[in-house]
Design a protein around this ligand. Structure first.
Ligand code: ZN
Length: 248
């Protein structure tokens, strides 16, 4: 069974189309989407339709939740974008669909969420920047990963593995480049990165393939200029386009 995992499309249709074309060429058995299909970008409706067609699982992200319940807790920029998004998605069918999205999916020894196991929608799995944070990760992997081994997450917009021996970052260039990692039998978080708004310094769209024993990270170039133009034409904040060029 080969599965593809995408997350954080963020209404970026050019990125989504490039990623889905890349995925189709790998012929996976299924595609799962870990939430935040909308928000920030200019084409929330088109991305929702595309994801609904392509993915056998679509989870609730914090941006779907904000469309349904308001974005008061967002930063001003995210809130402005979220309110714009909500104005594009006012029809009953779409709102009912968003309201039916589940925050978690557990399947054999895997758990799928948008955020983390502490809060499946809102909490972030972050790269540890202190020994204390790393200890907390190790404790979580030992104590809280009960009934599953691997937890697939989005939300942080960065591609990495968080394991009990450290963080692993996939690199596609350089002599020590690796994108494929054996994960069977370990407890770990697989952070799949973002399709539509990467924040790890690499503007290419990110997704992951999982064959049951190993995880392979992919980065897919797409027409960033087109996505930026659509953000400008929609009247969304300029910065939301600029950050796509930087991958930040
Ligand atoms: Zn997101």
């Amino acid at each position: 069974m080969l599965q593809a995992l995408i997350a954080d499309v963020h209404a970026n249709l050019p990125a989504l189309e490039a990623v889905l074309a890349h995925i189709e060429a790998q012929k996976p058995d299924r595609i799962y989407c870990l939430g935040d299909t909308v928000g920030y970008g200019a084409q929330p409706r088109e991305c929702l339709q595309r994801v609904r067609r392509a993915c056998s699982l679509v989870l609730m992200g914090n941006h779907e939740q904000a469309v349904l319940h308001g974005a008061e807790h967002f930063t001003p920029l995210a809130r402005q974008a979220s309110e714009w998004t909500a104005r594009q998605l006012t029809d009953r069918e779409t709102l009912d669909y968003l309201g039916r999205l589940e925050p978690t999916k557990k399947e054999s020894s895997y758990l799928y969420v948008h955020g983390s196991i502490r809060d499946p929608v809102l909490d972030y799995v972050r790269e540890a920047d202190s020994p204390w944070m790393f200890q907390r990760l190790v404790r979580t992997l030992h104590e809280d990963f009960q009934g599953f081994d691997i937890c697939f997450v989005g939300h942080n917009h960065r591609a990495f593995l968080a394991t009990e021996v450290g963080y692993i970052f996939p690199h596609e260039e350089g002599p020590a480049a690796r994108t494929r990692f054996q994960v069977a039998g370990q407890k770990l978080y697989v952070s799949v990165g973002s399709v539509g708004q990467p924040r790890d310094g690499d503007p290419r769209a990110s997704y992951v393939l999982f064959d049951g024993t190993s995880v392979t990270y992919h980065r897919v170039p797409y027409d960033v200029d087109l996505a930026v133009r659509r953000i400008q034409e929609a009247g969304l904040p300029e910065f939301l386009g600029e950050r796509l060029r930087l991958g930040e």
